[in-house]
Design a protein around this ligand. Structure first.
Ligand code: HEM
Length: 533
């Protein structure tokens, strides 16, 4: 569909306001026609048949023509009211709804083939090339059609703020049905309003600095153990980082004892479950989806056991996510807890593992930055009696923090997020129709040369100055922004501390490619060889 066909598209789109006007007009027309028919019948009856139905028309009959006064009287009472009714009602409608006001155009862009839209165009290449070329051609707001949905993509900081923060109530989160069934429809991602606010409060309570500072020693022990088990081997970085971030996620959700007891079972079930995330939602024996749903049930049973043990042993105030869910006064049901525990694992694991994989790649490619990070990390331990990291130590890592920020910017592992307009929305003179998907393109913002000069270059020093508001959103923004961002940064720092002070690594094979699955990742998950220093 071309830009010039916007007007046509406008007529095709579902629009609440015009549907309403149509409905009201049709109702009025029905009533008016009915009144006219009734009036006509009354009038005719008054002349043709003997009067029997009203006392006022008592003397009228077909054989004795009525007087002029009677005719005028009948006309005024039978014909004028319906006409007045029609006239007044239509004037009111025109006044309030103004159907002839200038119609808003859709954003520029093309919609591709019917139903398929531009899906192949998007996925036959690096998706970021698609987004960047569209932005170059149409500007920071454009329309397209992917995965069976008409979409509006936005790539300016102001537009992202509009959708995610200031007008977030006009845009609801939206996910494929299979994902919703896998994670559970009561999970934090899929909800809005008071239930979402309550969940958010509980999740944030478990992941705020005051809560996670207590688990630094446990995270450190997981990091040390992971790195130790990898030394001397050729490893796929992403796979190994997933194991690390999975273990940290379990630690933050359950107390240490719970997770040690059930870790292997939870891991086994979760690994089956995740295989079904992007499968067709066909629940027949043998399908990936079916296996995933069974694994999901098993996770819920394990959780029910943990919850029941905690209730029996009166451990309801634990400082972890499960404790936060269980201590809620109004109480979450076991099902709500299961949906949200599974969702947090989903949100926490691959994201953080992808970022760690990119950091290892960028540090490997930038020896001077790696050298500076190693020195910063060694300095923390110098002069310390106990060789364990503390929460305070993690606050003495400014360069490491900038490396994490710059990696989050360059890699932009979540290139965009999805929302859906809950009503027709006007933005900068364009119409975003109800039901259309809206995609804030984080990656385009992070790669804008006006905001971040020489955007492809890995340069942590650019974060010596804080970025302008809404220009850096690796953890999203607004009501659904990432509540786990402090934990993610903490576990990355702890792992980097041990990696840079005790190990060396070399990348194996070609490392220039990027794969998407769905997060952006170095080709083949970045194979490396890790050795002790
Ligand atoms: C570097 C790693 C991470 C990145 C880049 C990241 C990024 C994001 C982003 C961009 C969103 C917002 C999505 C949207 O607006 O649609 C989000 C939401 C979320 N993240 Fe993270 N995340 C990371 C790690 C974590 C961790 C470690 C946890 C939990 C421990 C977590 C839990 C969540 C949850 C529960 C949500 C949904 C919040 C809501 O809907 O209210 N994330 N994350």
């Amino acid at each position: 569909m071309s830009e010039n066909e916007n007007e046509l598209a406008w007529r095709e789109i579902p629009c609440v306001e015009f549907n309403l006007i149509q409905a009201v007009f049709q109702t009025t027309a029905c009533f008016s026609s009915l009144s006219l028919v009734v009036s006509f019948v009354l009038f005719m009856r008054a002349y043709i048949y003997p009067p029997s139905f009203t006392s006022s028309l008592h003397h009228l009959s077909a054989t004795s023509p009525p007087s002029l006064t009677t005719m005028a009287f009948t006309f005024i009472f039978c014909f004028i009211p319906p006409f007045l009714f029609i006239f007044l009602f239509h004037s009111l409608l025109l006044h309030f709804f103004k159907p002839n006001r200038p119609k808003l155009p859709l954003p520029p862009g093309t919609m591709g083939w019917p139903y398929i839209g531009e899906t192949f165009h998007l996925y036959s290449q690096n998706p970021n090339v698609f987004f960047a070329s569209k932005q170059k051609r149409y500007g920071s707001i454009f329309k397209t059609h992917i995965l069976g949905c008409p979409c509006v993509m936005i790539s300016s900081p102001d537009a992202a703020k509009f959708v995610l923060v200031t007008k977030s109530h006009l845009f609801k989160p939206t996910f494929p049905a299979s994902k919703e069934r896998m994670l559970g429809k009561q999970a934090i991602f899929f909800n809005q309003g008071p239930y979402h606010a309550k969940l958010r409060k509980l999740v944030l309570r478990a992941f705020m600095p005051d809560s996670i500072k207590n688990i630094v020693p446990n995270i450190e022990s997981i990091a040390k153990h992971s790195l130790h088990s990898l030394q001397g081997r050729l490893i796929t970085t992403f796979q190994e980082m997933k194991t690390y971030t999975f273990n940290v996620a379990l630690l933050s959700i359950f107390q240490k004892d719970d997770q040690v007891l059930y870790r292997e079972d939870l891991k086994r079930c979760y690994y089956i479950l995740e295989k079904g995330y992007n499968s067709m939602p066909i629940n027949l024996p043998g399908t990936l989806f079916n296996k995933s749903m069974k694994a999901r049930k098993e996770i819920a049973q394990i959780l029910a056991k943990i919850i029941s043990t905690r209730r029996q042993t009166k451990q309801v105030d634990c400082n972890d996510l499960l404790g936060s869910f269980m201590s809620d006064k109004e109480g979450l049901t076991d099902e709500q807890i299961a949906d949200n525990v599974i969702s947090v694992i989903f949100a926490a694991r691959d994201t953080t593992a992808s970022v760690l994989t990119w950091i290892i790649k960028y540090l490997g490619e930038n020896p001077s930055v790696l050298q500076a990070v190693s020195e910063e990390q060694e300095a923390i331990m110098r002069g310390k009696e106990e060789q364990e990291l503390s929460w305070e130590d993690t606050k003495k890592m400014p360069l490491t923090s900038r490396v994490i920020q710059e990696t989050l910017r360059v890699a932009s592992i979540l290139s965009f997020t999805f929302r859906e307009a809950v009503e027709d929305v006007e933005y900068e003179g364009y119409l975003i129709p109800k039901g259309w998907k809206v995609l804030p393109l984080f990656r385009n913002i992070h790669h804008s040369p006006e905001i971040f000069p020489d955007p492809q270059k890995f340069d942590p020093s650019r974060f010596e100055v804080a970025p302008k508001p809404n220009t850096f959103m690796p953890f999203g923004s607004g009501t659904h922004s990432c509540p786990g961002n402090e934990l993610a940064k903490l576990e990355i720092m702890v792992l980097l501390h041990h990696l840079t002070t005790k190990y060396r690594w070399s990348m194996v094979g070609s490392n220039s490619g990027i794969q998407y699955g769905p997060f952006a990742l170095p080709q083949n998950g970045l194979p490396i060889r890790l050795v002790k220093k």
